[in-house]
Design a protein around this ligand. Structure first.
Ligand code: NDP
Length: 453
């Protein structure tokens, strides 16, 4: 039955492979859940959750500094609001298309359910590439993007946030335009600056959360992160704060990457080196290879993610204990997963969304390593966005300690929920099954309660 539903998803939109992959991964976990809850089949919950509530697609015209007109495509996928208003990031990257945003929106529905907060799932973005653009060009693009999006979002309707290519700068420009068009200050975006309604620890939250999740997984074996060698991919928001939290907890991070290649620093990336990376990436908007010009302890290996020169990615072929993929989807293939295991990695906590292909996930499950799928491990970002919404709604702001301790508590709960569900459905330690089952059940109950709408 689930195979039939999957085939229908593929037949309806054959050109959306990432969405098919995300749907298949969830459906493969659901058989035992549906067997225990026949009402989910009767109410056609699976058929209903694979179809987004609404898909918006629009033209985004803007002008370069030279006055040349450019046209990009904007999207918002409002996937499911059974348990709360749509919530999920905006991605600005040339690879963005409807299939990728549907995969991200679909994942977001279950991830948000796992946080325990009343938030539904959505995702949006554009094929605009902020790389190499001036601040003014980025601003004009964001203003044009918002001049359409503002009609569809609102603090109780749909609350976007950042994702790849959308950080504090972009959120600021988007928020400014929303406020001007609607003539109302409303907490309609999260990831805002601290001076205008942002929450402390929101920038750190996804990376910190993914490390807290790894910490919880290690606890099941009476271990900690102290002294562990860690691989981190990416060098953006999630990678930077994953590295920071690993340093806090005594870990040693030896790699970072971008889409052109990766650096390996066998002495470890300490706080000074991390500060250099943050300045390089967030202010100078440079490339990770510049790291080796400053630090001779590191080597740089060029490996172009868009024109893959080998059938395995050398950044996963490094001796370590833990891996924190924090760049993008499908960055670990089957061979990479095997290389990780062969190199001693037994903890994988996914800061990125769906960074491991299904055959790679299978390797991790068969080898019985501690594998935290993105849906659970990176939920700290959206959870803290939920905390930003709560602070905005109450016209208050919480201390750093308070937000961080709530984030920590949420990650501990997500781990416990996923672990319990895995156990309940007969596969202890399988966090993929656990996260999918726990997230799905919460959404399913809400859909049933609300009737056929
Ligand atoms: P950023 O834009 O800050 O950083 C992305 C990093 O990944 C950059 O180093 C970038 O390199 C690299 N990257 C992007 N695309 C590719 C590619 N195709 N191949 C190789 N490297 C690539 O994004 P975030 O850190 O915010 O997001 C990273 C991941 O975490 C994404 O999967 C996102 O969906 C996920 N995530 C983010 C959350 C958040 O709160 N920000 C919340 C939950 C999940 P380059 O500069 O060369 O493009």
């Amino acid at each position: 039955m689930l195979e039939e539903i999957y085939q229908e998803v593929v037949n309806k939109d054959p050109d959306q492979p990432e969405f098919h992959q995300a749907v298949r991964e969830v459906l493969e976990s659901l058989e035992p859940v549906l067997d225990k809850h026949p009402e989910y089949r009767r109410y056609k919950i699976v058929e209903r959750v694979v179809e987004p509530d609404r898909v918006l697609m629009f033209r985004v015209p803007w002008t370069t500094d030279d006055g040349e007109i450019q046209v990009n495509r904007g999207f918002r996928v409002e996937f499911n609001n059974a348990i709360g208003p749509y919530k999920g990031g905006l991605r600005f990257h040339p690879s963005v298309n409807l299939g990728i945003l549907k995969f991200l929106g679909f994942e977001q529905v279950f991830k948000n359910a796992l946080t325990g907060l009343p938030i539904g799932g959505g995702k949006g973005g554009s094929d605009f590439d902020p790389k190499g653009k001036s601040d003014h060009e980025v601003m004009r693009f964001c203003q044009s993007f918002m001049s359409e999006l503002f009609r569809h979002i609102g603090p109780n309707t749909d609350i976007p946030a950042g994702d790849i290519g959308v950080g504090g700068r972009e959120i600021g420009y988007l928020f400014g335009m929303y406020k001007k068009l609607v003539n109302e200050w409303a907490g309609v975006l999260t990831g805002k600056g601290l001076s205008y309604g942002g929450s402390l620890v929101r920038p750190e939250a996804t990376g910190y959360g993914s490390v807290y999740f790894a910490q919880e997984m290690l606890k099941t074996r009476n271990e900690t992160l102290e002294g562990k060698t860690c691989l981190v991919s990416g060098s953006g928001n999630v990678a930077q704060f994953t590295t920071e939290k690993l340093l806090d907890l005594g870990g040693k991070v030896v790699t970072l990457s971008d889409s052109s290649g990766f650096i390996y620093d066998e002495e470890g990336i300490d706080r000074d080196k991390l500060a250099f990376v943050m300045d390089l990436k967030n202010i100078q908007r440079g490339r990770i290879k510049e790291y080796v010009e400053k630090y001779s302890s590191a080597q740089y290996t060029e490996w172009n993610a868009f024109d893959k020169p080998t059938d395995y990615d050398p950044k996963w072929d490094v001796k370590a204990d833990c891996a924190f993929p924090s760049a993008t989807q499908n960055e670990i293939n089957e061979k990479d997963a095997q290389n990780l295991v062969n190199n001693g990695v037994y903890v994988v906590s996914e800061g990125a969304n769906m960074p491991t292909v299904p055959a790679g996930v299978e390797v991790f499950l068969q080898e019985k390593i501690l594998y935290g799928p993105g849906k659970a491990a990176n939920a700290g970002g959206v959870a803290t966005s939920g905390l930003e919404m709560a602070q905005n709604a109450a016209f208050s702001s919480w201390t750093r300690k308070e937000v961080d301790s709530r984030l920590h508590e949420i990650m501990v709960n997500i781990h416990a929920m996923a672990a319990d569900a895995a156990e309940q459905y007969g596969q202890p330690g399988n966090y993929v099954l656990g996260a999918n089952a726990a997230g799905f059940r919460k959404v399913a109950e809400a859909i049933i309660a609300q009737g056929v709408v």
